[in-house]
Design a protein around this ligand. Structure first.
Ligand code: ADP
Ligand code: MG
Length: 157
């Protein structure tokens, strides 16, 4: 049994969530899977925007919620594949949009509403949970069961 690594931060306004996302995105490597959870309006898309920026995605490759396209690909120093499971209703549907192929691809996979289908998520993943404290404050907690994601913790400060 591997030990759980976890870290938590309170952000004030969207900008701080974006900056924290950028701090983490800087350490992303090919093959990483980032599973985000949190209520509607918690700040998942905001976090992904920062993460993309930290990964080197340029300002003209703007990150918005992939609700309608189901997956968006961005091009930073490595590709970033952004999923949103909000409107998907079954694992079969997720598989139907090629989710498993993206997991094996040459980039990072980041997912909003990842907790909807935990059974299709690889156990080797970084979990990001966002909790609404009040109108402009959010608790962001990130955790992993594997030391291969240790870089996200060592450099998070
Ligand atoms: P989600 O993708 O989880 O539905 P979004 O990132 O689209 O959420 O929206 C988050 C909303 O909450 C935005 O309107 C943003 O301005 C607001 N907000 C307020 N405080 C924060 C914070 N500390 N972090 C992130 N978003 C915040
Ligand atoms: Mg969103």
């Amino acid at each position: 049994m591997q030990s759980l690594v976890t870290q938590r931060r309170l952000t004030v306004q969207a900008e701080e969530t974006r900056v924290l996302g950028a701090c983490l995105g800087r350490w992303a490597r090919t093959g990483d899977i980032v599973a985000c959870r949190g209520a509607l309006g918690a700040g998942k898309t905001t976090f992904v925007q920062g993460f993309a920026e930290g990964l080197g995605v340029g300002g003209d490759d703007y990150v918005r919620s992939p609700t309608f396209a189901l997956v968006h690909a961005y091009h930073g120093r490595i590709p970033l594949y952004h999923f949103d499971f909000y409107r998907l209703s079954s694992c079969a549907e997720v598989q139907g949009i090629g989710f498993e192929e993206y997991l094996e691809a040459d980039g990072v996979v980041i997912i909003e509403w990842a907790d909807k289908f935990p059974e299709i998520l690889p156990p080797m993943r970084l979990e990001v949970s966002i909790r609404i404290a009040d109108s402009d404050r959010r608790w962001l907690q990130w955790m992993a069961y594997t030391t291969s994601y240790g870089r996200y913790f060592l450099h998070a400060d």
